[in-house]
Design a protein around this ligand. Sequence first.
Ligand code: HEM
Length: 412
Amino acid sequence: MTVADPEARTRLRHPFHVDADGVNRPPGPDKHPNYGRFAATGSGVVPVVRQVNGESVPALLICRYADVREVLRRQDVFSRSAARAADPVDVTGTMLGMDGAEHARVRGTVKDLFTRPAVAGLRDRIEAEAAAQLATLRGRDGRADLLRDFAIPFTLHVVCDLLGLPQQDRAQFRRWGDMFLADSDMTRDEATRAAEEMGGYLWGQIERRRGCPAGDLLTRIAETAADQPMDVQIKLPISLVVGGWETAASSIATFLFVLRTRPYQGYASGWEYLLDHPGKLDSAITELERLHSTANADDMPRRVLADVELPSGARLTAGDVVIPSHDAANRDPRVFPDPERADFDRDPNPHLSFGYGPHYCVGAHLGALEVRTAIGLLLRELPGLRLAVPADEVRWKAGHAILGPEELPIEW
Ligand code: HEM
């Protein structure tokens, strides 16, 4: 970017909710006001600094919608693999960290299993999994943790169904996943061990399918990715679990929190509005995805490979690290009028919460269907559902990758 820009002289710490110890602690479901401010005013290219493995990494936060889309679209200029040193999360060997032909090859192994029609074919199965978890919730005598007792097992079973994991192994699979996804008390060594054990287990499952196809996603990997390194074959299902389990579960809990605690159009809450307007569920959730995305895609920086000009006219130099911010882009008033206002009738609503371009969330249709199925079912079957604690007592996850409440006590 041009050095004449006054913002270049001071670098803000990023993420904006980061504390002195380097941990990101969003206080609730709302994004930091800086995102909306930088999307609307100034150059839209903001110098920031992040702590990555104890090092200060300077980067440029890209905030305008058209610029963010350009960065996400042009894999030839904006590289994920060359930004590895700036990655707060280690995604080496997964499609999230690859570019070009390598990325296309790995993604191509599974992408047709996630198209809109393919996901529509899973609808009955997804509804059955949601109904099964609702039965568990009902067994809790009118009070439960929405995450532990519904959203986490529901989204876990959906991803396990897809992979083709046997029922009897799922409890162990959940323990591993809980260890490296959700449990912030564990040490790095324990998290690594859990990931290795899960990897070893998945490798066994893939090997078993080589001579004995089972018509599931692991069979697909066994059949079409056999020529790829073992590490890549194992990390493919792991990236689907990591990318698809907690993001969807956290979205269910976050959106429910917002619906239950905020008034909407003369109703005491968005929940009550939806009880009266069930036809608005789909567009309401699209709007909640825009405002309260749970995947911190700000954690996926890119490195600029050649000098380039963005649609806004901002110039970037080869070697710059850029962070295309979907949270800022989702608040660009050039695309979303009155961006901070929740509008369940917003149309069009081309938010970037599932990314854009070659790395566009491979599980977007699946995740969207899971969240709509879960919230639709809860509205129909437990219309009296509400928080069991005051809203300001809900604790929100600290960390970088996936945002949302730590637990969500509910009653009905
Ligand atoms: C429901 C909430 C979800 C949200 C908000 C979400 C968000 C995202 C975002 C923003 C990206 C792009 C990252 C980038 O630009 O580098 C992404 C990629 C990805 N997501 Fe999702 N996701 C969700 C659900 C899922 C599900 C259900 C799955 C799979 C079962 C999944 C698997 C993936 C994978 C594998 C990628 C990497 C794609 C690539 O690099 O080509 N996600 N997701």
